[in-house]
Design a protein around this ligand. Structure first.
Ligand code: MN3
Length: 199
C-alpha cells in the first residue's frame, strides 16, 4: 500500500503557544516526514512489500537485534511513528481520562513519577530515536526508548504515547536542550484523550 503524507490534524501554527513553533512543524511534517513517505514509496515499488499494510511492512522488515535496519524498515517505521506523533499532540489542554490515570498510578506510582521517568528515558536515548509509553501483551504499561525508527510494533507492544527525540524535532525551538523539549512535551503538548483511546 503506497504511503501517503496526511495533513497535520491542526494548523502549522496551532501548537505555537504550547512550545512547538510553526517553523518546526513546517520542517518536521512538510520536509522530514514527507521524505520518509517519498523514499519509502520508491523503495517498496515492485517488491513484496508493495501490497502490505504499513504495519505489516514494519513487522515484516524489522530484523531483531540489528542496529542497522534496511531502508524499507527505516522509512516505513518513521512514517508510522510520525503519523502517531502528530495525533498524540493537541493545541487544547486535556485532562487525563480516569481509566488512563488509574493505569498510570498503578504502573508508575503517580503521574509525576511517570512524567519524570518518561522524560529521563527520552534524555537517556543516545542519539536519534523515540521514547514511548507502551502497553505490553500482559496489559502492564512500560516506558521504553528505541533507536532511530524502531517502534513498539517491533516488540508486539501497543504504542500509547511516543515522543520524537531526533534533533530535527527540537533544535529550532529548544536548540540542544532535549530535557526542556521533553518536559514541555509532557506538560503542554500531549493529547491525553488520544493516549487513552489507545488503551
Ligand atoms: Mn521526526
Amino acid at each position: 500500500m503506497a504511503f501517503e503524507l496526511k495533513d497535520l490534524p491542526y494548523s502549522h501554527d496551532a501548537l505555537e503557544s504550547n512550545g512547538m513553533s510553526k517553523e518546526t512543524l513546517e520542517f518536521h511534517h512538510d520536509l522530514h516526514h514527507k521524505a520518509y513517505v517519498d523514499n519509502g514509496n520508491k523503495l517498496i515499488a515492485g517488491t513484496e512489500f508493495e501490497s502490505m499494510t504499513l504495519e505489516e511492512i514494519i513487522v515484516k522488515s524489522f530484523v531483531k537485534g540489528e542496529v542497522a535496519q534496511s531502508g524499507i524498515f527505516n522509512n516505513a517505521s518513521q512514517h508510522w511513528n510520525h503519523l502517531q506523533f502528530w495525533e498524540m499532540m493537541s493545541p487544547e489542554k486535556h485532562n487525563i481520562p480516569s481509566e488512563l490515570s488509574s493505569e498510570i498510578n498503578e504502573n508508575f506510582g503517580s503521574l509525576d513519577k511517570f512524567k519524570e521517568e518518561f522524560c529521563a528515558a527520552g534524555v537517556g536515548q543516545f542519539g536519534s530515536g523515540w521514547v514511548w509509553l507502551v502497553k505490553n501483551q500482559d496489559s502492564s504499561l512500560s516506558i521504553t526508548k528505541t533507536e532511530n525508527g524502531v517502534n513498539p510494533l517491533c516488540y508486539n507492544q501497543t504504542a500509547l504515547l511516543g515522543c520524537d527525540v531526533w534533533e530535527h524535532s527540537y533544535y529550532i525551538d529548544f536548540r540542544n536542550k532535549r530535557p526542556v523539549y521533553l518536559s514541555n512535551f509532557i506538560e503542554n503538548l500531549v493529547n491525553w484523550e488520544n493516549v487513552a483511546s489507545r488503551l
